[in-house]
Design a protein around this ligand. Sequence first.
Ligand SMILES: [Ca+2]
Ligand SMILES: [Ca+2]
Length: 202
Amino acid sequence: MSKHTLKKSFESGDLNGFKVGGRCHVSVSIPTPNGTLQARSGLFFAVIDDPSMANQDGVRLPGPPPVLKTRNYRKTGTDGLMTIGVNGAMLALNHVQVAKNATIRFWWAFIGKDKREGCNDFALFEIVDEDNNILHRRWLCETRFSLFESWTVFQHVNDFEGTVNLRWVSSNGRTAIDEDEVEQAFHRTYPCTLLLDAIEII
Ligand SMILES: [Ca+2]
Ligand SMILES: [Ca+2]
């Protein structure tokens, strides 16, 4: 067992200890296309971006809290399609001590609503150092591939020794030919949701 271990399962019923960007909360259940989903561990789980804070046309209801701008998140898929973040939400655990070869593990689920042309909503996880250098980033789900994923385990063996920030992001995304293409109002609608539970560093 590594010298720095951590367990977070949201069983306090709040997000104390996490940095929150945008609309995040804890819940005991959430509706999905496959019925009601409950926590993977214990009673509570985190909901990153809030699907209940949008109307039936997918338009976000006014805050507070404000949504988080996510346009710094982008990637080009193996098929050449570029995806650029629009807005969403983020949960972070900052200043986490990790030992080299520690295993970072958590359970995630994804609920997306957007299969429209020009949209690719997504969820990702990243590990950054204290200077914001990306040590590891994994795109967990994209709506162009899947609109719903039930609880799935993520595991990563860390190869960095020191202090890191762990971030989970849920984001509206748009697809673009080039980065100068302008975001449209419809890119900000039908936000997706990332669910998170049972975070462990062992
Ligand atoms: Ca839990
Ligand atoms: Ca969307």
